[in-house]
Ligand binder design. Sequence first.
Ligand code: SF4
Ligand code: FE
Length: 482
Amino acid sequence: MKTAAQYEESLRGLNFKVYLQGELVENPVDHPIIRPSMNSVKATYALAEDPQYEELMTATSHLSGEKINRFCHLHQNTEDLVKKVKMQRLLGQQTAACFQRCVGMDAINAVDSVTFEMDQKLGTNYHERFVKFLTRMQEEDWTVDGAMTDPKGDRGLAPSQQEDPDLFVHVVEKREDGIVVSGAKAHQTGALNSHWILVMPTIAMGKNDADYAVSFTAPADEDGIIYIYGRQSCDTRKLEGGDIDVGNKQFGGHEALMVFDNVFIPWENVFMCGEYEFSGSLVERFAGYHRQSYGGCKVGVGDVLIGAVALAADYNGAAKASHIKDKLIEMVHLNETLYSCGIACSAEGHKTASGTYLIDLLLANVCKQNVTRFPYEIARLAEDIAGGLMVTMPSEKDLRHPEIGKVVEKYFKGVAFVPTEHRMRILRLVENLTLGTAAVGYRTESMHGAGSPQAQRIMISRQANLAQKKELAKAIAGISTK
Ligand code: SF4
Ligand code: FE
């Protein structure tokens, strides 16, 4: 396994072409806007080195028998699925941000079982290629960016009907030695902190969309791939050099547009090419795993948010008020309900044909559907408890100012024994999680990440088995229609 330091060093060796606010970034690792997101991924390496987290952060490879980082592991049983969620809660607690590496873990687990089933049915050899890639990924302890979401253009049209063919990633040329692909993947989590990318189709495809039913892996800094870095609310505060106003100085997450301009992919790295009838199950499984993931990561970040507002209440002298206590209980209740769903869909997982375990898809979709709602209510309660000062407070520079600093100190004090600076720090953290850079990961991503609410409702309706429920009701009500 790589140490955290080796991980950072390995990124320095990559040659990304990334634009951020209209400029080509020379050194993404040390860029003040990007670096906190790198620190979050780095934490997935650092925690794996720590003996107290060994059980959650590492696993035994079913391929080599070696100890590997759990982010490179294929789930071998339901216990692995449960540990995955617990690991994500732990990392959410430690970073209060999106630590990005889950998309690759969820992608390898989905691609594994789908390529196996594809080969069984069609006589292809995608699974063997995939296992070779996975072997290297485990040996090198790579961070892999699972890339699914295409820009999609006109949502009313299939990929092949779009005016611009590049709105979905597609094969532009098939050669003897490989394929050439063009198109883009939108809002790619952790792209610039990844060694490799693993591309999958974004929707179930029909016959006419066969060129769009493509899955492959490529080095993240491959020639022909460019990135355009996504803006986040309050991101330029990271350029100010202070450490209070950013709310979370050390950690963050990122998303980027990933553009493929005629990128060559050798056959050994291609895992689907035209087998459109399997694109639906690849999407369904990757999305299912990532919907499970949210029952871990968002809960861990929620733990930090609940802790932050409990402190804010202490610092305000309001902690004993019964309505504050009740609101904190409600936040915990909602947060643990999300966790319960993450654990439940894991415990109810089952073995697929390849041997890799898949979560219970109905419960994973219920998990994510709750995530589209509860973090919003948790954030609402957090803002309620924190108070309006969270968004009206002066800057760190005012606090540090030789003259007005004393005024800030005096008028923004809560209870006498807590320094004003502590109160400001905790309110900025709440702001960061609910409205600032981390709100991408905690709020809006809770809505749209791993698929928007309607995508889960479609899956819930497919898995609901209403016919069986009707039979149950008929049996109890004494209705015989046989
Ligand atoms: Fe992992 Fe959560 Fe970020 Fe997805 S949103 S990559 S599950 S931390
Ligand atoms: Fe996500």
